[in-house]
Design a protein around this ligand. Structure first.
Ligand code: SF4
Ligand code: SF4
Length: 162
């Protein structure tokens, strides 16, 4: 009985409460934090075409594609292209990249809304840093864990002298 009453009271309370709706972007900007992970950035001059980002991606969102031109670091001329429809923004590709060629921005949600699914596949050249967006996940930002605690070696007891 008490449970039923408390449910009714709660229901009545919310009946007269205004709904919590954020009007984005008319009244407020999209919600972001310092560590928001959004659309990637590829620094092509740093990419060696090692394919590690493709192999680690759990969503199979990365394929390697050939790009014309001369690339000193990338003799095979292959670079990642990323399907943002599949991407879960886990950042594993960024963490595994040995040269820091991949990073992420805070461009997500509202910023990436489209009604054309064909535009969600980002080719290497399209992964250049977008204007006005912060890089949010980089290797430089990663803080290594503190070193393991090492107990001090025990000092052997001094021998008694006569
Ligand atoms: S962020 Fe995760 S899901 Fe997205 S491309 Fe990178 S590894 Fe794949
Ligand atoms: S972006 Fe990084 S991990 Fe991916 S192919 Fe290039 S160097 Fe390798």
């Amino acid at each position: 009985m008490v449970m039923v009453l408390s449910s009714i009271i709660l229901g009545l309370k919310y009946l007269f409460t205004r709904p919590y709706t954020r009007l984005v972007p008319e009244k407020e900007p999209p919600f972001k934090t310092e560590t928001t992970r959004g659309r990637h950035v590829l620094f092509m001059e740093k990419c060696t075409g090692c394919t590690m980002c493709q192999r680690v991606c759990p969503a199979d969102a990365i394929q390697m594609v050939k790009v014309e031109g001369e690339w000193k670091m990338n003799r095979k001329k292959i670079f990642p292209r990323i399907d943002m429809q599949r991407c879960t923004f886990c950042a594993m590709c960024v963490e595994v990249c040995p040269t820091g060629a991949l990073a992420m921005t805070d461009m997500t949600g509202w910023d990436m809304t489209t009604d054309n699914k064909e535009t969600t596949m980002y080719m290497p050249y399209q992964l250049t840093p977008p204007e006005g967006h912060k890089l949010t996940v980089t290797k430089q930002k990663w803080i290594p864990p503190p070193p393991m605690f090492k107990p001090k070696p025990k000092v052997p007891p001094k021998k008694a002298t006569r």
